[in-house]
Design a protein around this ligand. Structure first.
Ligand code: ATP
Length: 238
C-alpha cells in the first residue's frame, strides 16, 4: 500500500535521509524505531509531503506521490498524525473530528451525512470520544487527546496512516492506553506506519519493523527476528 524507495531529504544543506527504503503492506502495522535523531520523523515528513524529498520515490496505492503537496497526498489517502497532540483546545471533541473531514472533503451536497457516517465509525472505535463529544478538547486527558488526534486523522478515511510518537510525553499508564488504541486500529484493518520511542511496545503490536540509523534502514524484520538480533536487543530492547 505504501512503498518508499531510496528516499533522500533534509533541511537546508544538511541531508538527513540518505536512501531510506521501506514498505507497508495493506492491513499491517509497521514500526519504525531507532535512536533520537536517526531520521524517523523526517521520514514521515518526507512521505506525507510536509518536506520535499530531494531524491527517491514514495508510492501510495500504486501511484508515485513524491514531490506533490501535502494536501494533495492527503487527498490521495495518506493521513499523518504528527508528533505532539495538537488538538484545537477550545473546540468540542466533535468539532475537532469534523475538522479532520472538512480538510479532506469538499463542501458538497451530502457532506454532512458522509461526515456523520465517518464520525460514527470513529466513535465505534473510540467510545470514550463519543461519551465526551461535547467536551472542549483542551480539557481531555493526555491519552484522550491522543485518541482524538488519531480519530481526526481517521475521519479522512485514509488508505495509510502515519503515527509519529503517539506516546510522547504521556504517563506510563496512559502509554498503555495509547497502545491499546493502536491495537484497536490494527483490528479495524487500518494500515499503519508507527514511529515509537517505546520499541518494545511497538514490536508487540507490529507485524514488521525497521530500525533506522543515521538516515537509512540498518535492520529490518518481523518482531521475532528483531528479538533475535543481538545488536537490536542491546541497543533498543534491553
Ligand atoms: P527523535 O526520536 O528524537 O524524534 P528522529 O529519528 O525522529 O528523532 P528527526 O526528527 O527526523 O529524528 O531528526 C533527524 C535529524 O534532523 C536530527 O539531527 C535533527 O536535529 C534534524 N532536524 C530535524 N528537524 C529539523 C529542522 N526543522 N531543521 C533542521 N534540522 C532538523
Amino acid at each position: 500500500m505504501l512503498v518508499v524507495e531510496n528516499l533522500h531529504a533534509g533541511y537546508g544543506t544538511s541531508e538527513v535521509l540518505v536512501g531510506t527504503s521501506l514498505e507497508v503492506k495493506q492491513g499491517t502495522v509497521v514500526a519504525l524505531i531507532g535512536a533520537n535523531g536517526a531520521g524517523k520523523t523526517t521520514t514521515m515528513r518526507a512521505i506525507s509531503g510536509m518536506l520535499k524529498p530531494t531524491k527517491g520515490r514514495v508510492i501510495l496505492d500504486g501511484k508515485p506521490v513524491q514531490g506533490l503537496d501535502a494536501s494533495r497526498i492527503a487527498r490521495l489517502g495518506l493521513a499523518h498524525a504528527p508528533e505532539g497532540r495538537k488538538v484545537f483546545g477550545p473546540l468540542s471533541v466533535e468539532d475537532n473530528l469534523l475538522l479532520g473531514a472538512y480538510s479532506h472533503l469538499p463542501l458538497f451536497f451530502g457532506f454532512r451525512s458522509k461526515a456523520v457516517g465517518d464520525l460514527e465509525r470513529v466513535y465505534d472505535l473510540f467510545p470514550r470520544l463519543r461519551e465526551r463529544r461535547q467536551q472542549a478538547a483542551g480539557t481531555l486527558s493526555g491519552g484522550e487527546q491522543q485518541m482524538l488526534a488519531i480519530g481526526r486523522a481517521l475521519m479522512a478515511n485514509p488508505k495509510v496512516m502515519l503515527l509519529d510518537e503517539p506516546s510522547m510525553g504521556l504517563a506510563p499508564v496512559i502509554v498503555q492506553e495509547v497502545f491499546n488504541t493502536i491495537r484497536r486500529l490494527k483490528e479495524a484493518g487500518i494500515t499503519l506506519l508507527l514511529v515509537e520511542q517505546f520499541a518494545k511496545s511497538a514490536l508487540e503490536v507490529a507485524d514488521y519493523a525497521y530500525v533506522m540509523e543515521h538516515g537509512c534502514i540498518a535492520v529490518e524484520g518481523s518482531p521475532a527476528e528483531l528479538h533475535k538480533n543481538e545488536r537490536v536487543l542491546a541497543a533498543y530492547l534491553g
